[in-house]
Design a protein around this ligand. Sequence first.
Ligand SMILES: [Zn+2]
Ligand SMILES: [Zn+2]
Length: 304
Amino acid sequence: MPAPLRAGVHTSIAKSLEEAALHAHRLGCDTFQIFSASPRMWRASMPSLPAIARLRHAREKHNLHPLVIHDNYLINLASADTSIRKQSIAAFRGELERAILIGAEYLVAHPGSYKNQSLEQALLTLSDSLAEASRGIRSTHLTLLLENTAGQGSAIGSRIEELAAIRHLAINRIEYEIGFCLDTAHLLAAGYNIATAAGLKDTLAQAEAVLPLDRIHVIHANDSKAPLGSRIDRHQHIGKGHIGEDAFRRIVRHPKLRHKAFILETPIDDDGDDERNLSTLRRLAVAHPHGVPRRDSSPRKPAS
Ligand SMILES: [Zn+2]
Ligand SMILES: [Zn+2]
């Protein structure tokens, strides 16, 4: 029997870091994701040491591993605008410092946007900004994870090659590891047809051509309200979108993916949605006791 799926959701730190962990545990998570400060404000303060100790205790007690931090939405390290870039560098430095202090294993970052410049120039700017934000910061525990995007507007990172290029440009200029986070909804919206068996195989082959798959540590498991190639970032409940249940079954059972940390960023439309999406994902990961896959043979039309 392969190891059970490691899965979790994004929880709120509004009450405390500890409460974010306890809430994740109550929902049935064994890994979870948080923001380390308000994701839509530039100002952020460091959590207190006692608050961090209580978080560590809750994580150990309930075996919540890994802890993933998602970075602030305002940060754009690739910005051509010097004042936005400066503010982004300072904010990203804060993200790194808080992630290390909190003891997170992963910091997930969106690569930013290349408005008013070429993609090539933006990737160089981004690598300079990463180096500048990371000056003097060293960690053997934290890994920065570059997340793929849906490619909305001028978002960088809708191609896996772009993520690989960012790591390549930055890795020798910083003193911590860089890996990757793949978001399933973003993959589909960016044109990677992971909804079919052949499409998943092709997507993983494309990924493997530019980065070792074992550098992908976290999968953001989201179904997509937006169709293949739409470049629109809209998350949907697992099995209710254009990716569909059969595709998620293939993803969570894939020998090269199933040991990764799966984090849901699915909508909360009704009470219990997080629990429902988690249990759907876990159910899909477990083979039928008689070895007969459920409904795998019937083609499934995506909802809406
Ligand atoms: Zn995501
Ligand atoms: Zn998204």
